[in-house]
Design a protein around this ligand. Structure first.
Ligand code: F6P
Length: 357
């Protein structure tokens, strides 16, 4: 008999349900008897012992369903060791729930912050297996996270739609793509949709280079220009500031986001009409794309296999086209960023895409 606790933490994404279904189906198809405890709303469910017993019926028909049947929430790692507003020690409370329910392990689905807490629980002696979710694709130790390809599809569709209206009106369009720290989503959706300019956090931009790229297109007879701009895109000037000073500057920024600031600068310096589109959380919503359904199912299945072998303390990831297990201590606290020297960036530049550098 295996008693498994499961939770989804942090910002949701597509294929969370597919991944959980993969774990549970694998376990149910083995000879092992299993009991699944689903903790509700992320780590909160584990802290406050808020859970539901789940049967195989709960996992039926959810392969294609977006969101998470368990609900999610953000429980910042920064304050995880601080007591809550009622003085509850969150780490001790999670350990208490785990031991009270006599669990064999926890299956935790999440991104960066979630992995830091999962590693802490591992260090506290709990058996933990994690699965890498995030549309940002910025988790270290895996070439891909689930949710990413679905979000690429959505952001690409947005930019595709923008192309036709930009062409009709001869406008400059900025599509702001999610990703505060990493530019994977912007880079991939931008390339997939033929964006002319891609601005990502890892490659600070110079506004003059952006303007030159727009003018060059105009001079060559193009009626419009499309920019894919990551939420966390940063100018070369701002990138020189300390983290503290940049934060202070952002607090004073009168524009809702970087895209609006870039839009105003383009309008001022070119006189062209600029529009901004922000698809926002749409990028995390809806059904997982077929790739993510298969990918998350495979990761889930591997997690099930590890549980059956009592192998804990790993994230199940993807490296060089293989599903792999990566020690949690190696994953926690590290981000996987786009390298400005990456081959994909060089190839994009050869295609004529401007990164503003
Ligand atoms: O989960 C990742 C992410 O979607 C980022 O791309 C985005 O910057 C952030 O979450 C938005 O967070 P929230 O849902 O808390 O507004």
């Amino acid at each position: 008999m295996k008693r498994i606790g499961m939770l989804t933490s942090g910002g949701d994404c597509q294929a969370l349900n597919a991944a959980m279904r993969g774990v549970v189906k694998t376990l149910h198809n083995s000879k092992e008897e299993v009991e699944i405890f689903g903790f509700l709303s992320g780590y909160k469910g584990l802290i406050y012992s808020n859970f539901r017993m789940l049967t195989s019926r709960d996992f039926s028909g959810i392969l294609t369903k977006g969101g998470t049947i368990l609900g999610s929430s953000r429980t910042p790692f920064k304050t995880i060791t601080e007591p809550d507003e009622n003085g509850v020690d969150k780490i001790e409370a999670m350990k208490h729930t785990y031991h009270k329910l006599n669990l064999d392990c926890l299956v935790i689905l999440g991104g960066n912050g979630t992995h830091k807490t999962a590693n802490l629980l591992r260090k506290e002696g709990l058996n933990v297996i994690t699965l890498p979710k995030t549309i940002d694709n910025d988790l270290w130790g895996t070439d891909m996270t689930f949710g990413f390809q679905s979000a690429v599809d959505i952001a690409t569709n947005v930019i595709d739609c923008i192309h036709t209206t930009a062409d009709s009106h001869g406008r400059v369009f900025i599509v702001e793509v999610m990703g505060h720290k990493a530019g994977w989503l912007t880079l991939n959706a931008g390339m997939a949709s033929g964006a002319d300019i891609i601005l990502i956090p890892e490659i600070p931009y110079k506004i003059d280079k952006v303007i030159s790229a727009i003018k060059k297109r105009e001079e060559s007879g193009s009626r419009f220009t499309i920019l894919a701009v990551a939420e966390g895109a940063i100018s070369a000037e701002d990138a020189k500031l300390s983290k503290k000073d940049y934060k202070k500057k952002l607090e004073k920024r009168t524009y809702p986001s970087v895209s609006y600031e870039v839009a105003a600068q383009i309008e001022e310096k070119t006189g062209l009409e600029v529009r901004v589109t922000v698809p926002g959380h749409m990028q995390r919503g809806g059904s997982p794309c077929p790739y993510d359904r298969v990918f998350a199912s495979r990761l889930g299945s591997e997690a099930g296999k590890l549980i059956l072998k009592d192998e804990y303390g790993f994230m199940v990831g993807y490296k060089n086209r293989e599903i792999v297990k990566v020690p949690l201590e190696d994953v926690a606290g590290k981000l996987k960023m786009v390298s400005p020297d990456a081959t994909i960036v060089k190839e994009a530049k050869m295609l004529g895409i401007c990164f503003g550098d």
